[in-house]
Design a protein around this ligand. Structure first.
Ligand code: KIV
Ligand code: ZN
Length: 498
């Protein structure tokens, strides 16, 4: 059986540090409740001393969420720790997470102090935090750029003072998997009392390596806690995304010998919630939760997937909360995918009709990036050529009154001699003809713009139709009658499209 990894979610603290993100206390509470439902172990609910709103939010969440440990960040000073402890009072399990920078560049340029002072501040802070809770986490900020012997003696000291979680941070995202994994391992080996603490990893994504580094911290370094955010939101390029870490561990459970207790089926809804509240959209190719993560567009892949899902999928979309994977029709799609889509849309056609339609589909797909279900419906539901049916305008009647507006009646004669008529109210003459033609063919098309120009006794008609994505088409009709010219041009344009 694989051991359980501790997941600390810091979406509400480090995640909210992403530029432009501001979540309301209510939104934070909704996210916290969802994290609880999903069995995340620890929720870093905020940084109590950073604002009144953060303080209140931590307090709210501490009162409402009872099945997770609630954590507040605090700088290594008494007043931050007091505020964190106060905000966490209603929690059934609370953690104070105190930190101070340990790298030379931070100590000298940001804190403008000495390593000796940092050492003392860390020691005093942990001792002080332990007065409020027996669950104290210590983070050496910018750990990955810190002097290892200074770091080791400081960490030994804070463990002696009662820090039971030590968080190895890659604050600036400079690490690579090999170097970070061995850093965590080396730190643990250097500290004589390292077995008295749980080691955690906290990776930023500046080089796009946050997940890889986190996993190396577990596999190579022996970390038992990971810190992550939903959708990877956070400072600059963000943090390690929770969904990617959790699914990597689940998918390669044997390799890591560790997994989390997170209910993965709720990952997608959690991700959508965070995307909505943070106002940070998810790119389509994002692993696990991106729109394309389980979508297949190329013929070879589609064929493989339809025969055996595992040919191109290492995870089941349903395990993450997707309804199912997706076959997307486009220029590279093959006949197998086309038939599959028709079946999905409940369209039953004979073989020769499918072959015929597949050719029309390939033509349409060569012009457009992807073919939607409604376009496919239009393609399959149009059984006959538009022009056969509706170029033969028999009668167009329009009457207009200032009081009642306009009324029109359009009639076409079919090749078999029968007539088709349609009425319209309060539409311009030409758009009532267009709508009439659409209705005869059950098309959702909509006339967007048109212009008819008489040039040397011939109408040049320019038509743009919405919905079926037909670009502007210019049709030359040899008639002096604008109504006839428009009717013929509109039918021709529709015909071309279909
Ligand atoms: O990135 C970082 O170093 C942090 C610490 C405060 C834990 O977020
Ligand atoms: Zn961070």
């Amino acid at each position: 059986m694989s051991k359980s990894l501790i997941i600390l979610d810091t979406t509400l603290r480090d995640g909210e540090q992403a530029p432009g993100v501001l979540m309301s206390p209510n939104e934070k509470l909704i996210i916290a409740r969802k994290l609880e439902l999903m069995k995340v172990n620890i929720i870093e609910a905020g940084f109590a001393a950073s604002s009144v709103a953060d303080f209140k939010s931590i307090k709210n969440i501490s009162a409402a969420v009872k099945n997770c440990t609630i954590c507040s960040l605090a700088r290594a000073n008494k007043s931050d720790i007091e505020l964190a402890a106060e905000a966490l009072k209603p929690a059934s399990r609370s953690r104070i997470h105190t930190f101070i920078a340990t790298s030379e560049i931070h100590i000298r340029n940001k804190l403008r102090t000495t390593p000796e002072h940092v050492y003392e501040a860390a020691k005093t802070a942990v001792r002080f935090a332990r007065k409020y809770t027996d669950d104290v986490e210590f983070s050496p900020e910018d750990c990955s750029r810190s002097n290892i012997s200074f770091l080791s003696s400081l960490l030994e000291c804070v463990i002696n003072e009662g820090a039971n979680t030590i968080n190895i941070t890659d604050t600036v995202g400079i690490e690579t998997p090999g170097s970070f994994g061995s850093l965590v391992k080396r730190i643990k080996e250097n500290i004589p009392n390292s077995d008295k603490a749980t080691f955690s990893v906290h990776c930023h994504n500046d080089l796009g390596l946050a997940v890889a580094n986190t996993l190396a911290g577990i596999k190579q370094g022996g970390a038992k806690q990971v810190e992550c955010t939903v959708n990877g939101i956070g400072e600059r390029s963000g943090n390690a995304p929770l969904e990617e870490v959790v699914m990597a561990l689940n998918t390669k459970r044997q390799f890591f010998g560790m997994s989390s207790q997170v209910d993965t089926k709720q990952i997608l809804s959690l991700s959508n919630l965070v995307a909505k509240y943070s106002d940070l959209r998810i790119q389509p190719t994002k692993p696990i939760v991106g729109q394309n993560a389980f979508a297949h567009a190329s013929g070879i892949h589609q064929d493989g997937i339809l025969k055996c899902r595992e040919t191109y999928e290492i995870m089941n979309a349903k395990d993450i909360g997707w309804k199912k994977n997706r076959i997307v029709l486009g220029k590279l799609s093959g006949s197998n995918a086309f038939k599959y889509k028709l079946k999905e849309l409940n369209v039953r056609l004979n073989r020769s009709r499918i072959i015929e339609l597949f050719h029309s589909f390939k033509h349409l797909a060569s012009l457009h990036k992807k073919i939607t279900n409604s376009e496919l419906n239009i393609l399959t539901s149009t059984n006959h050529s538009i022009s056969n049916k509706t170029t033969n305008l028999a009668h167009f009647y329009l009457c207009y009154s200032i009081k009642h507006g306009s009324y029109s009646r359009t009639t076409f004669t079919l090749p078999n001699g029968k007539c088709l008529s349609s009425e319209a109210f309060n539409q311009s003459s030409l758009s009532s003809i267009a709508n009439c033609i659409n209705s005869f063919h059950s098309l959702e098309a909509q006339l967007k713009t048109y212009s008819c120009l008489l040039k040397e006794q011939v109408f040049i008609t320019n038509i743009v139709i919405k919905k079926i994505r037909l670009e502007q088409t210019e049709v030359t009709i040899k008639t002096k009658d604008i109504i006839q010219a428009f009717t013929n041009a509109y039918s021709t344009v529709l015909n071309k499209c279909i």
